[in-house]
Design a protein around this ligand. Structure first.
Ligand code: DGJ
Length: 738
């Protein structure tokens, strides 16, 4: 089973480290035990009470002396706690608890109650930075256990938490809710939730509000393209809304690409419970005796010094531990989607391959429309699923294009959407039973297409085959854009016996396919696209090198979208393309796209000489700066939501070199950077110069001169990039003077 893979991986890793057990306790000997789950700055302290119930007594800044966790007030059951145990580390239902549970089950005998008591725990060190704590909880009446796992990444202050559910009852136990994590926070001042919503071309719209009593649910039921309307990432500020550099804030994200659900409940005693996991919507899971149900991990990081620290740590975690090839390189590219849409042929593409070289990027990416013959893919209404080259458009096939790219000195990449099918396709005609649909009901389409049933192993093989065939026939193929443009309507699998398992088995199927692709093609770059950012999460990013944040590439809009994604995902993972959306000049568009992984989707031949020269030079600058943009620390200096200028700094680890992107985001009269913007993260004792780069050919910068500044000066007084209506985009390189 897929969700078990990460666990079994950690376990085999642990055995390789000869299980350096640093702590092991059993409930029989140890009553009222404290279990601190620590990272370099924080501690989550769990506690067993006299009846061996496990609760959270503390989550915050780590204490110097762990023995003092025992002195934290409220260690035991709170006065007036009528509902069992408010601070339960994994809230059960059907007995004393009357608030939102983390787990709800119906036992094999039909009984609905569950009580979980601490049995034992172990903490093992995976390496100098990573530890794994597992805590076994068991029902005293039923042979039913839940093991809570906490994987900590000390330096990054990141925790991944998941649970493994198992029983040895006689018969099936139905899991009605099965959360990954159940956090519990305390504050005398209250909590603020920063959540996101969106739609196509409007991804990552933030909304912050004070949490009121009751439950706020962040969830999706879309199946695939699950984050389209609501991504699973969120922030909770404690005591007051956190700012970039101040306040305590928790970032949370479920590592799951399907239906998720996070319940945020402020209880009657003003404590906050966060319960996150797979959405149990239409997904009651029938668990056989001895079968293990492993939930996806819930990822969180806590910062007591504002959002900036949290995002830098999360980005660093992602690059080191999660994103495929997070520390590696990426290919700049020219994509043809917006320049041709479905209307291309070999000669048009030959020109685009030349343009790729002329521009100075690494790869040409052929988008949608290259396949299907009986129902040619000349629009989005037909052909999806029929992955053979269209003979009219490409009589010599993909392989000739790959060769042509090679002879132009560039690489070749290709678009696929292998999980989907148009009803007007040979695939649908041949395998109607491979399609997710209610046979008794009318079909509903999203972008004229339906979803293939990935719970079916034959479909898994087919989807794997789409990728495998492309690579087998074209070993030099260097990039895949994997799209996913539909949600799941009429969720029904002709393959599955138990429809309640459909949403879960779909995701297991998807991860199985991706796992198989990565076993055979471990590092080939793949972009995670879902008509935009409809599918970005840290389970998927294990298999993908980058994601497509939005089809909205209007650069002003894009500043806001990229800004919000940057709280959770590193710049190296964000595919930013320069297109013709909007009215901004080429410089503005290119500068904005340079803030992540740069690409282009423009008609190069339509650029005037000056614009072309500008772009070619900007790409050279980008190639020099990309190690900092991809691997450096990101400091948000001025928010586009708070003033008329957005400013963001990328700084290398040694604090010797960086780049600052500044934009005018409000074009009303007399707006701009009136005052210096304070820099962050520099070494106060170092001396720096600031140089404006990415200038239009023939223009000079009013800023460039021979002045130098101490880090102290730049962080205290600041520097004015002189952004105004005549200078709407200003890119500054910052370098230490040795
Ligand atoms: C949606 C993607 O977001 C676009 O970039 C493009 O690849 C189209 N699909 C192609 O159908």
């Amino acid at each position: 089973m897929k969700f078990e893979q990460s666990l079994s991986k950690s376990i085999s890793y642990l055995s390789a480290f000869s299980l350096s057990l640093i702590l092991a306790c059993t409930g029989a000997q140890a009553q009222s035990l404290n279990i601190p789950i620590e990272t370099s700055s924080n501690a989550l302290v769990l506690h067993t009470d006299a009846s061996n119930h496990l609760g959270t007594i503390y989550f915050g800044k780590k204490l110097a002396n762990a023995a003092e966790y025992g002195q934290i007030p409220g260690t035991y059951k709170q006065a007036g706690d009528y509902t069992g145990q408010l601070n339960s580390a994994y809230t059960t239902s059907g007995s004393r608890n009357l608030l939102e549970p983390a787990i709800t089950v119906t036992h094999a005998d039909g009984n609905n109650s569950l009580d979980l008591r601490y049995v034992s725990h172990t903490t093992t060190k995976v390496d100098d930075n990573v530890s794994l704590t597992s805590i076994i909880l068991k029902d005293p009446v039923y042979d039913f256990t839940v093991t809570l796992y906490y994987k900590t990444f000390a330096k990054e202050d990141v925790v991944e938490q998941w649970s493994v559910i198992k029983h040895k009852e006689i018969g099936i136990v139905n899991l009605k809710k099965y959360a990954s994590a159940n956090l519990y926070l305390k504050s005398s001042e209250g909590f603020w939730l920063n959540q996101y919503h969106g739609d196509w071309a409007k991804e990552m719209q933030p909304e912050e509000s004070k949490v009121t009593h009751g439950i706020k649910t962040i969830d999706t039921k879309l199946g695939t393209r699950a984050n389209l309307f609501m991504p699973s990432v969120f922030m909770v500020s404690i005591d007051k809304p956190a700012t970039e550099d101040e306040g305590t804030v928790l970032y949370g994200a479920l590592e799951y690409s399907g239906n998720f659900k996070t319940d945020i409940e402020l209880d009657y005693q003003n404590n906050l419970k966060i319960i996150s996991g797979i959405n149990n919507y239409a997904s009651e899971y029938s668990l056989k005796p001895n079968e293990e149900f492993t939930t996806p991990a819930f990822l969180y990081t806590l910062s007591t010094t504002g959002k900036g620290t949290a995002s830098r740590k999360l980005q660093s975690w992602a690059r080191t531990y999660r994103l495929l090839d997070g520390k590696g390189s990426r290919l700049t590219l020219l994509n043809n989607w917006e320049s041709t849409y479905f209307d291309f042929n070999e000669s048009k593409l030959a020109e685009l391959l030349k343009d790729t070289k002329k521009l100075g990027v690494d790869l040409f990416l052929l988008d949608d429309g290259w396949f299907a013959n009986k129902y040619p893919r000349n629009g989005d209404g037909a052909g999806l699923g029929d992955w053979a080259e269209n003979k009219t458009k490409l009589p010599n096939g993909i392989s000739s294009l790959v060769k042509e790219a090679e002879s132009n000195g560039v690489k070749f990449g290709i678009w696929i959407e292998p999980e989907m099918v148009n009803p007007k396709s040979e695939l649908y005609e041949k395998h109607p039973d491979w399609v997710v649909k209610e046979n008794k009901r009318e079909e509903y389409y999203f972008r004229n297409q339906l979803v293939l049933d990935l719970s079916n192993p034959k479909v898994q093989d087919f989807v794997f085959g789409v990728v495998d065939n492309l690579f087998t026939k074209n070993p030099a193929l260097a990039y895949i854009k994997w799209d996913c443009n539909a949600v799941i309507y009429n969720a029904y699998s002709s393959y599955l016996k138990n429809q309640n398992h459909f949403y879960i088995e779909y995701m297991r199927g998807l991860y199985k396919v991706l796992e198989k692709i990565r076993a055979k093609y471990p590092t080939v770059p793949m972009m995670l696209c879902s008509g935009g950012g409809g599918r970005v999460d840290y389970a998927a990013l294990k298999y993908f090198t980058e994601f497509w944040p939005s089809d909205n590439t209007e650069p002003l809009e894009r500043i806001f979208i990229q800004w919000e994604y940057s709280y959770f995902y590193p710049a190296i993972s964000s595919s930013n393309h320069v297109t013709d959306w909007g009215k901004q000049p080429i410089k503005f568009r290119t500068d904005v796209a340079m803030m992540g992984k740069l690409g282009f989707d423009i008609v190069v031949s339509k650029l005037n000489e000056n614009d072309l020269k500008y772009v070619q030079n900007a790409i050279k600058n980008y190639n020099a700066l990309k190690p900092i943009i991809w691997q450096g620390d990101q400091y948000r200096l001025a928010s586009p939501r708070e003033g008329s200028v957005a400013s963001i700094l990328y700084l290398n680890e040694a604090k010797t070199n960086g780049v600052i992107f500044n934009y005018l985001v409000n074009n009303r009269y007399d707006e701009g950077s009136k005052y210096p913007i304070r820099l962050k993260g520099l070494d106060p004792t170092k001396k720096y110069t600031l140089t404006e780069i990415n200038l239009m050919p023939g223009s000079n910068s009013s800023i460039n001169g021979s002045k130098s500044y101490s880090g102290n000066f730049l962080m205290t007084v600041g520097f004015n990039p002189e952004v105004n209506s005549g200078r709407t985009s200003v890119v500054l390189q910052i370098d230490e003077i040795k």
